[in-house]
Write a protein that binds this ligand. Structure first.
Ligand SMILES: NC(=O)c1ccc[n+]([C@@H]2O[C@H](COP(=O)([O-])OP(=O)(O)OC[C@H]3O[C@@H](n4cnc5c(N)ncnc54)[C@H](O)[C@@H]3O)[C@@H](O)[C@H]2O)c1
Length: 345
């Protein structure tokens, strides 16, 4: 298998759903840097921001459609003259705990609707960005693509439904589809607030504010972290790498970090080793172990991650320090149990 012109995507017109979000906006930047003819973002700004697209919006090859993937006219408009779709729009795991129905509607139904419209628009390739959460906790590690899928949350279930629909569009209609399962992604623009907040940025923000980090449960649960620069570089490869039709690919680093180790790494990077963690109750549906086997993806795409965890954490600490200087109020608003209902269930 060959990565065709991995660093030169000129000629391609690409739609990124969820492109105003954390990973999507980095993917947009990467695609523009790789020379694509056009990048279009479809996002309803439920969790995305214009700030994430500040650099992209200066580029004449970039355009933005503000709308919902569940709306037919919006999809048709967004997909006109598009070669490749990266489908990232979704609602996250904590959201699924307090609004499982909407989570399903966006993640599962929304993906099926996107597939149907992309097929009608005759796109060349449809890349479905799934998640390692479809696996549930590791039954063996490292987890390869054939590891059983027993998701423990509605989020994991709804993302798995999207995967199944994507593979069905390959099998049933011969559409060129690729499913990719990132493990935990971190880096600049990652969410630290509300129900999108991720453990690493939240921990950094707390320690920078001089507060002890909070670990839910015993802290021995592990995750496989990949820096968003690596995640977006890997995703960009999927736009034109040959021989991927119908494939399902893991996107993990092959190394695991426990929550206890994570807190220690952040304390070192922040220079506050005295701020030892506080333990709270375990989160509902929190999987114990996630560790991806990266070999299948590496063999098909040639991809290998480049950012070491300690370097990525140090870089993210600097990024949050800058944000705290520019916008001190924003980083002061952080609640602990961010899965608890923020609206009626
Ligand atoms: N962040 C991670 O660690 C991680 C890990 C594995 C997989 N993923 C997957 O990567 C993708 C992106 O995740 P992220 O962390 O960047 O999340 P994000 O919340 O930052 O991005 C998702 C985007 O989708 C948009 N969106 C939500 N509902 C929409 C709708 N109905 N119509 C249009 N847009 C809508 C949001 O506004 C947001 O900008 C998701 O598919 C997620 O499942 C993320």
């Amino acid at each position: 298998m060959t990565a065709l012109a991995a660093h030169d995507l000129s000629g391609l017109r690409i739609l990124v759903t969820g492109g105003a979000g954390f990973i999507g906006s980095h993917l947009v930047d990467t695609l523009l840097a790789r020379g694509v003819s056009e990048v279009r973002v479809l996002d309803n700004f439920k969790n995305g921001t214009h700030h994430n697209l500040a650099a992209a919006q200066l580029d004449p090859r970039f355009s933005l459609i503000v709308g919902d993937i569940r709306d037919g006219n919006t999809r048709e408009h967004a997909l006109r003259n598009i070669d490749v779709v990266f489908h990232l729009a979704c609602l996250g795991v904590r959201h699924s705990l307090h609004d499982p129905l909407e989570n399903h509607q966006v993640n599962a139904l929304g993906s099926l609707l996107m597939l149907g419209s992309a097929r009608a628009a005759e796109v060349r390739r449809f890349v479905y960005v799934s998640t390692s959460e479809v696996f549930g906790t590791a039954q063996y590690a490292p987890m390869d693509e054939r590891h059983p899928t027993w998701p423990e949350t509605v989020y994991g279930g709804s993302k798995l439904a999207g995967e199944a629909y994507t593979r069905a569009y390959f099998r049933t209609y011969g559409m060129d589809t690729v499913v990719v399962r990132p493990f935990n992604t971190y880096g600049p623009r990652s969410h630290f607030e509300g129900d999108s907040g991720e453990v690493l940025p939240r921990t950094i923000v707390r320690l920078l504010a001089g507060e002890r980090p909070v670990i839910f449960g015993d802290g021995k649960q592990t995750r496989d972290f990949m820096h968003v620069y690596d995640t977006s570089a890997a995703l960009a490869l999927l736009a034109d790498t040959s021989g991927l039709a119908g494939e399902t690919l893991n996107l993990g680093s092959g190394t695991e970090v426990s929550m206890n180790d994570l807190c220690e790494a952040v304390a070192v990077a922040v220079g506050r080793p005295d701020l030892v963690p506080v333990h709270d109750i375990a989160r509902p549906g929190d999987v114990r172990r996630l560790l991806g086997d990266p070999t299948h993806t590496a063999s098909l795409t040639g991809f290998a991650p480049t950012v070491e965890f300690a370097d990525g954490v140090a870089d993210l600490v600097e990024w949050f320090k800058k944000m705290a200087t520019e916008n001190p109020d924003r980083v002061n608003r952080i609640e602990d149990r961010n899965w608890v209902a923020m609206e009626a269930v």
